[in-house]
Design a protein around this ligand. Structure first.
Ligand SMILES: [Zn+2]
Length: 474
């Protein structure tokens, strides 16, 4: 009996010591990243080497692997707000709600707040806007995810140390009043733009918001960084955000940090059924994971990295009937479909008369591989040709008006067809342009993370991480 009591005490002591040692917590969320989004990326990597099978990406090579349920309190298929709230707070809620329970009033706090109360430095980051559903779930409390302005005000009140994203989704309130930038500054935040500015001035800031550089792609608004396929050298990347975040948070003089990082546009690419872009977004997030993993390797006993997703997007599957797939062909896709659309529309607007089939065919070849690496079937060629005929007709009918909406729309149609053909040639199918209830993966590395092995629910992740890191769960 005495012996049992002693070993019980000893076990408790070991558990306490173990949890006290974990100082650095990374929580990655791939928005829309179901198990098939991982699988297609690894299959693509193998295909690039001419292999059938998989070429592992870093995150999926972590020792702990599990499957996560994602349904919300009110829907079999969750949205990003309820999904984010579950991942952040350990509470299921109504679709659309951010950091409040199903009654849409009772706030629920997140692991980021628990970490802050435990004396840790806290960072929140994403590739989309900082007030978007996933990051918002870690600091916001609003009944509706579209209340971007109010969510931004929650950010200013959070007291968290580091935020990084494209920008605020909606920095200005409609009837005037101070912008969110002004309110954030009044709350003590320094706002820097781009990684170079971070390198120069980051560590001088008491609290920091790092946004996209001013040299942003003219086609994009403040609600996203460019897709990795469309990045230019001045663009802020998720990898840089993680580097900046680690540097900033570890210099706060706190006993460790909690850092949440979202790959927000895997979801967007899958909503759009843009497969090559989706794969590149997973690879982009994997690069960011690598930066955290390098930190882990320097502090293996004190660091955990947990990676999961809020839901699957698109009901994507590899295979369309015949027992084959050709993901290797997606390497010829050199721009996201959205950017491709903007490029063609710009080209038309600049010189409507020079917008010929030869010009468009060249773009299809150079940026999508059509007629070069990708040989189209006659029927596919005819579909593209019909779309071109529609553009030509709209150009004639508008007297080559550079601002013609009809021409813009018909160019959009051509790009839609291009996108569908890319999925067809790669032999990828999509159930919809929305979310599905498919399992999402959880990958983890670091002391204590074995608790995530197997099948778990999305509300178990935040409390589980808090337990490992010694935060008090609210
Ligand atoms: Zn989502």
């Amino acid at each position: 009996m005495k012996h049992r009591l002693l070993s019980c005490l000893l076990a408790t002591l070991i558990a306490l010591t173990a949890s006290a040692e974990v100082k650095y917590v990374f929580y990655f969320i791939g928005d829309g990243m179901g198990v098939n989004q991982i699988n297609v990326t690894e299959t693509y990597q193998a295909a690039l080497k001419g292999k059938i099978g998989i070429e592992p990406i870093l995150m999926a090579s972590f020792p702990v692997v599990g499957l996560v349920n994602t349904y919300s309190a009110t829907n079999g298929v969750t949205d990003s707000a309820a999904g984010g709230t579950a991942l952040a707070t350990g509470k299921k809620t109504k679709n659309g709600a951010i950091g409040v329970l199903e009654d849409l009033e009772t706030p629920c706090t997140s692991i980021a707040t628990w970490a802050k109360k435990a004396g840790k430095a806290v960072g929140i980051a994403t590739t989309v806007s900082i007030t978007h559903a996933t990051p918002a779930s870690f600091y916001g409390h609003q009944p509706n995810r579209n209340m971007y302005y109010e969510i931004g005000q929650d950010l200013c009140k959070s007291g968290f140390d580091f935020f990084s994203a494209a920008d605020f989704h909606t920095p200005h309130v409609k009837d005037g009043g101070p912008s969110l930038h002004e309110q954030a500054k009044a709350a003590g935040y320094t706002i820097l733009k781009g990684y170079k500015e971070y390198q120069k001035k980051g560590l001088k800031a008491d609290k920091l918001i790092l946004f996209q550089s001013d040299k942003r792609n003219e086609h994009l608004t403040s609600d996203q960084l460019p897709y990795s396929l469309d990045q230019n050298k001045d663009d802020l990347t998720l990898e840089q955000i993680v580097r900046a975040g680690i540097n900033y948070l570890s210099n706060k003089g706190t006993d460790g940090f909690f850092f949440q990082i979202e790959g927000g546009m895997i979801d967007w690419a899958c909503h759009s059924n843009d497969i090559g872009t989706a794969i590149n977004e997973v690879l982009d997030m994997d690069k960011a994971v690598k930066v955290a993993y390098e930190f882990y390797q320097q502090h293996p006993d004190e660091t955990i990295i947990v990676i999961s997703a809020d839901h699957e997007t698109g009901g994507m599957a590899m295979g369309v009937g015949p027992y084959e797939i050709h993901t290797d062909l997606l390497k010829y896709q050199r721009r996201s479909i959205n950017e491709f659309k903007s490029i063609l529309r710009d080209q038309y607007k600049k010189a409507p008369k020079k917008f010929t089939w030869t010009a468009v065919e060249k773009q299809l070849r150079d940026l999508m591989g059509f007629g070069a690496g990708i040989k189209l079937k006659d029927a596919q060629q005819e579909r593209i040709q019909r779309r071109w005929n529609d553009i030509e007709k709209a150009v004639t009918e508008s007297n080559a008006d550079p601002d013609s909406k009809a021409v813009r729309d018909r160019i959009g149609d051509l790009c839609e067809t291009t996108k569908h053909i890319l999925s067809e040639v790669a032999m990828i199918s999509w159930a919809s342009g929305g979310h599905s209830n498919g399992y999402v993966p959880i990958f983890a590395v670091g002391p204590g993370t074995e608790i995530f092995q197997g099948r778990i629910d999305n509300i178990e992740i935040a409390p589980g991480m808090a337990k490992i890191a010694g935060y008090e769960v609210e």
